[in-house]
Ligand binder design. Structure first.
Ligand SMILES: NC(=O)c1ccc[n+]([C@@H]2O[C@H](COP(=O)([O-])OP(=O)(O)OC[C@H]3O[C@@H](n4cnc5c(N)ncnc54)[C@H](O)[C@@H]3O)[C@@H](O)[C@H]2O)c1
Ligand SMILES: [Fe+2]
Length: 395
């Protein structure tokens, strides 16, 4: 198997790196003349867009800001946004936000140059032309979207979430500044942190794992294990936020090189049909999907457990065995689910026992991800996994 690895054109990282964006853009060969900054209301209120626009102005670059409330965008929302901006003379797009904003900017960039609706670009390798250059600044830690070739859209009438996957979605510049993640509320810190961990672990356990993805996956697992609970309990800890942001980007790099698997495939219908946010759906499923394939993943999970142990002991957590096994790794993840108050009951979103066969069927059809899973789950086995997230009286 040939391993392929691609990432953002340039990565700026570290506390304060946000301040260098304008200077970087000004130094590009084709220096942009007019930039669109896309961000969400909470980040605009914190002044990040204004800071960036002031910096751009100093460099002689004009800019506009689009502040939008966007949660897991639909294809139609991207089309609407594109109609608002496509006639303006922008020559670069900057996204400052969580995965929803970053995915929107990735799609707007190629939507502008490809003259075909987003729905025509769904799937792998369907984007024909390069998009406008993009700068992606994640404010959750996170999706790793700043370093992946993916953008995910919801199709409400089909009750599905589907990816656009193309090398043309990598940004020209990705910026990891942990200060922008300090304001992330606790619940989103938990959900997006578990999502990042899931990217690393699924890439590491998946069939397409390779030496390149393994390196990023194990380092991501180590960093996130040592900072997940800290960033949740003390959101103002810059060191915990920094480790989470690097961990999330490395998880995205692992994902870019190897791909996710059954957990993500099972999360998509929960998002598409019941509106369960991406991170929460993955976090709910993580321990159960692993348990259901423990025989297939035991060896690799032991290696992942060693990386988890390193991270946890560095963070001063007690009671960690010297040579932790796969069972310990599962217990540890179950412990995170409790400490981070990850819900474990699908009925809270209106899921009924009668919905489980359809959910299992839909997950089994996400073949791009299911094909990468260590165990070939039957539809019946997928249904059993969903059933673990139903209180006994409803299941
Ligand atoms: N492209 C990829 O590779 C990839 C990978 C995984 C997930 N995704 C997609 O990303 C989306 C989810 O992204 P997400 O989990 O980052 O959540 P999100 O972008 O939907 O953000 C969640 C909430 O947190 C708020 N928020 C974000 N950063 C904040 C900050 N620093 N301070 C205060 N509030 C903040 C947002 O405004 C939003 O209300 C989903 O659509 C998912 O499918 C994409
Ligand atoms: Fe994810």
């Amino acid at each position: 198997m040939t391993a392929v690895f691609q990432t953002a054109g340039t990565l700026l990282a570290g506390h304060g790196s946000f301040q260098s964006i304008a200077g970087r853009l000004a130094a590009w060969d084709n220096k942009p003349q007019r930039v669109l900054v896309v961000t969400s209301p909470s980040l605009a209120a914190a002044g990040w867009a204004k800071t960036l626009q002031n910096g751009l102005s100093v460099e002689g670059i004009a800019s506009d800001c689009l502040t939008i409330h966007l949660k897991e965008p639909t294809a139609e929302q991207i089309e609407d946004l594109n109609r608002r901006v496509e006639r303006e003379p922008f020559d670069a797009y900057v996204g400052v936000g969580g995965g929803s904003i970053l995915d929107a900017v990735k799609l707007l960039s190629v939507r502008r140059t490809n003259f075909q609706p987003v729905e025509a670009m769904l799937g792998v390798g369907k984007v024909i032309r390069e998009g406008l250059p993009t700068v992606l600044v994640p404010t959750t830690a996170g999706t790793g979207a700043e370093v992946t070739p993916n953008a995910i859209v919801t199709l409400p009438d089909q009750e599905l979430k589907v990816g656009v996957v193309s090398d043309r979605l990598y940004p020209r510049l990705a910026v990891l500044d942990p200060e922008l993640t300090l304001s992330l509320p606790q619940e989103a810190t938990a959900a997006t942190g578990m999502d990042a961990f899931t990217h690393a672990l699924e890439s590491y356990l998946g069939k397409k794992a390779n030496p390149i993805s393994d390196m990023y996956a194990l380092e991501s697992i180590r960093l996130i294990s040592g900072s997940l609970v800290r960033s949740y309990e003390d959101g103002q800890s810059l060191s915990a936020r920094s480790d989470m942001l690097y961990g999330s980007a490395f998880g995205g790099m692992a994902l870019a090189a190897a791909g996710t698997a059954a957990i993500h495939a099972m999360a998509y219908p929960l998002g598409g049909r019941f509106g369960i946010t991406h991170g929460t759906a993955n976090a709910m499923l993580l321990p159960h999907v692993l348990e259901a394939q423990l025989d297939e993943v035991r060896g690799r999970l032991e290696a992942a457990a060693a990386a988890m142990r390193q991270g946890l002991s560095g963070a001063g957590e007690d009671g960690i065995p010297i040579q932790p096994g796969a069972d310990w790794a599962l217990e540890q993840m179950a412990d995170w689910v409790k400490r981070l108050r990850i819900p474990q009951d699908l009925t809270a979103w209106g899921v009924k026992a009668a919905d489980l066969p359809d959910l299992a069927e839909a997950a089994s059809k996400v073949t791009r991800l299911m094909a990468n899973n260590p165990k070939a789950f039957t539809v019946g086995e997928l249904e059993q996994i969903y059933r673990r997230l139903m209180p006994a009286k409803n299941a």
